[in-house]
Design a protein around this ligand. Structure first.
Ligand SMILES: C[S@@+](CC[C@H](N)C(=O)[O-])C[C@H]1O[C@@H](n2cnc3c(N)ncnc32)[C@H](O)[C@@H]1O
Length: 246
């Protein structure tokens, strides 16, 4: 079953509040590391899965992409994207990643930022992505790191007697499947998969892994947002760049 939590009014309001902050995990950690792995988009046909309010898709158009398709399950997100960005070379569609039908060998680049941990059928999506990429095409995605998604509600941050962080505790790493979190609202559904499953699913679908990044904040970023120091203990995100070989 697909959950469309970004159309929950309370969740969306809380998420907007976080994303509008000058310093957040997206701006200081995920985004710069994701962008560092982006190939040149000039003249290319792109697809962005889970595009949110479409800023990244629009940036690709501004950087010279020939055409960008961008999809998201959330009415809130796609409505905002369509209001904000208009171009003949940009097409937004409200549809889930699971339901979209993609043409074979159509895209030179497929991206997805922080959306695939919401998808139950990871293998089905990767199969679809591989089929939709041209040979030599790139798939670049970020997700919540498996170390961070493993636990089933146990306390993760273990403090010492001085109330500073002693370590990050991981449990249930091997138990793949649904997790529910209380983040902004109760019962936010996401899916935990091991690193082994994530990477082997790409490999089995003809996607050659070119680079993996577990983003570490810069010193400057940690000064701007001190909670980022926790990344020393465990990564929040995993970013993977892969290429269709055949
Ligand atoms: C954390 S936001 C990231 C948005 C955007 N990629 C960014 O980096 O700013 C996750 C997005 O994934 C979308 N999403 C979650 N599950 C989805 C699904 N099954 N199909 C399509 N979009 C989905 C959400 O609606 C939301 O816009």
């Amino acid at each position: 079953m697909k959950q469309n939590i970004y159309d929950n009014a309370l969740f969306f309001k809380g998420y907007e509040e976080i994303r509008n902050r000058k310093f957040n995990y997206n701006n200081l950690l995920e985004r710069p590391n994701f962008l560092a792995l982006m190939p040149d988009v000039k003249g290319k046909v792109l697809l962005d899965l889970g595009c949110g309010k479409g800023e990244f898709a629009n940036d690709c158009v501004l950087k010279g992409a020939q055409h960008v398709d961008a999809i998201d399950i959330s009415v809130n997100m796609i409505t905002a994207a369509k209001e904000r960005y208009k171009s003949d070379r940009l097409h937004f569609q409200q549809i889930s990643i699971e339901d979209i039908l993609l043409k074979s060998s159509h895209y030179q680049l497929i991206t997805s930022a922080l959306a695939l941990h919401y998808v139950a059928d990871f293998e089905g999506v990767i199969e679809k992505v591989s089929h939709a990429l041209c040979p030599g095409g790139v798939f670049l995605f970020s997700i919540e790191h498996p170390i961070s998604t493993a636990n089933k509600g146990e306390e993760q941050w273990i403090l010492d007697e001085k109330h500073t962080i002693a370590h990050f505790a991981v449990a249930h790493y091997r138990s793949e499947g649904q997790r529910t979190q209380n983040w902004l609202v109760d019962n936010v559904v996401m899916y935990h998969r091991t690193m082994e499953t994530i990477l082997n699913t790409l490999i089995m679908n003809g996607l050659q892994i070119e680079k993996i990044v577990e983003p570490m904040p810069t010193e400057e970023a940690m000064e701007l947002l001190p909670s980022l120091q926790k990344e020393q203990h465990r990564p929040s995100f995993l970013i993977v760049k892969a290429r269709r070989t055949i």
